[in-house]
Design a protein. Structure first.
Length: 100
Protein backbone atom coordinates (compact mmCIF):
# COMPACT_ATOMS: atom_id res chain seq x y z
CA UNK A 1 0.00 0.00 0.00
CA UNK A 2 2.99 2.34 -0.34
CA UNK A 3 4.02 4.10 -3.53
CA UNK A 4 7.66 3.68 -4.45
CA UNK A 5 10.07 3.80 -7.36
CA UNK A 6 12.72 1.15 -7.92
CA UNK A 7 15.70 1.96 -10.07
CA UNK A 8 19.26 3.10 -10.36
CA UNK A 9 20.78 5.69 -8.04
CA UNK A 10 24.04 7.48 -8.74
CA UNK A 11 26.24 7.53 -5.68
CA UNK A 12 29.15 9.89 -5.14
CA UNK A 13 31.23 11.18 -2.27
CA UNK A 14 31.84 14.51 -3.97
CA UNK A 15 29.46 17.08 -2.49
CA UNK A 16 27.84 19.46 -5.00
CA UNK A 17 29.81 18.07 -7.94
CA UNK A 18 26.79 17.41 -10.14
CA UNK A 19 26.97 19.45 -13.32
CA UNK A 20 23.97 20.30 -15.49
CA UNK A 21 25.39 18.10 -18.25
CA UNK A 22 25.84 15.21 -15.85
CA UNK A 23 22.32 15.65 -14.47
CA UNK A 24 20.84 15.68 -17.98
CA UNK A 25 22.81 12.57 -18.99
CA UNK A 26 21.82 10.67 -15.84
CA UNK A 27 18.16 11.63 -16.29
CA UNK A 28 18.30 10.41 -19.91
CA UNK A 29 19.73 7.10 -18.64
CA UNK A 30 16.81 6.73 -16.22
CA UNK A 31 18.79 7.30 -13.02
CA UNK A 32 16.33 8.22 -10.26
CA UNK A 33 18.57 10.14 -7.90
CA UNK A 34 21.92 10.99 -6.36
CA UNK A 35 23.04 10.01 -2.88
CA UNK A 36 26.23 9.89 -0.86
CA UNK A 37 26.09 7.07 1.69
CA UNK A 38 24.89 3.79 0.20
CA UNK A 39 28.04 3.06 -1.76
CA UNK A 40 29.97 2.71 1.50
CA UNK A 41 27.33 0.35 2.91
CA UNK A 42 27.31 -1.79 -0.25
CA UNK A 43 31.11 -1.93 -0.21
CA UNK A 44 31.12 -3.19 3.38
CA UNK A 45 28.36 -5.66 2.53
CA UNK A 46 30.35 -7.05 -0.37
CA UNK A 47 33.50 -7.27 1.76
CA UNK A 48 31.63 -9.03 4.61
CA UNK A 49 29.50 -11.15 2.23
CA UNK A 50 26.22 -9.88 3.67
CA UNK A 51 23.13 -8.62 1.87
CA UNK A 52 22.50 -4.88 1.91
CA UNK A 53 19.44 -2.91 0.82
CA UNK A 54 18.52 0.74 0.93
CA UNK A 55 15.35 2.77 1.28
CA UNK A 56 15.81 6.37 0.22
CA UNK A 57 13.57 9.34 0.85
CA UNK A 58 13.96 12.28 -1.52
CA UNK A 59 14.89 15.52 0.20
CA UNK A 60 16.51 17.97 -2.20
CA UNK A 61 15.48 17.93 -5.85
CA UNK A 62 17.51 18.73 -8.95
CA UNK A 63 15.22 17.24 -11.59
CA UNK A 64 14.54 20.61 -13.23
CA UNK A 65 18.27 21.44 -13.05
CA UNK A 66 17.62 23.98 -10.29
CA UNK A 67 18.37 23.03 -6.70
CA UNK A 68 15.18 22.74 -4.66
CA UNK A 69 16.20 22.09 -1.03
CA UNK A 70 13.63 19.99 0.79
CA UNK A 71 15.45 18.49 3.79
CA UNK A 72 13.43 20.58 6.25
CA UNK A 73 10.10 20.24 4.43
CA UNK A 74 7.08 18.56 5.98
CA UNK A 75 6.84 16.27 2.94
CA UNK A 76 10.36 14.97 3.55
CA UNK A 77 9.77 14.54 7.28
CA UNK A 78 6.55 12.59 6.66
CA UNK A 79 8.28 10.39 4.09
CA UNK A 80 11.19 9.75 6.44
CA UNK A 81 8.82 8.69 9.24
CA UNK A 82 6.94 6.39 6.87
CA UNK A 83 10.16 4.72 5.70
CA UNK A 84 11.30 4.17 9.29
CA UNK A 85 7.97 2.48 10.11
CA UNK A 86 8.16 0.36 6.93
CA UNK A 87 11.75 -0.69 7.66
CA UNK A 88 10.89 -1.64 11.24
CA UNK A 89 7.91 -3.66 10.01
CA UNK A 90 10.03 -5.42 7.39
CA UNK A 91 12.65 -6.28 10.02
CA UNK A 92 9.99 -7.70 12.35
CA UNK A 93 8.54 -9.83 9.55
CA UNK A 94 12.00 -11.01 8.49
CA UNK A 95 12.92 -11.93 12.08
CA UNK A 96 9.63 -13.79 12.56
CA UNK A 97 10.23 -15.82 9.38
CA UNK A 98 13.64 -17.09 10.49
CA UNK A 99 13.95 -20.47 12.18
CA UNK A 100 14.58 -20.33 15.92
Amino acid sequence: GTDFHAGEIWTTDAVYRETRGQARRLQAEGVLGVEMELSALFTVGRYRSVSVAGLLVVSDELSLLEWNPGFKSERFRAGREKVVRLAADMCRKWAASRPS
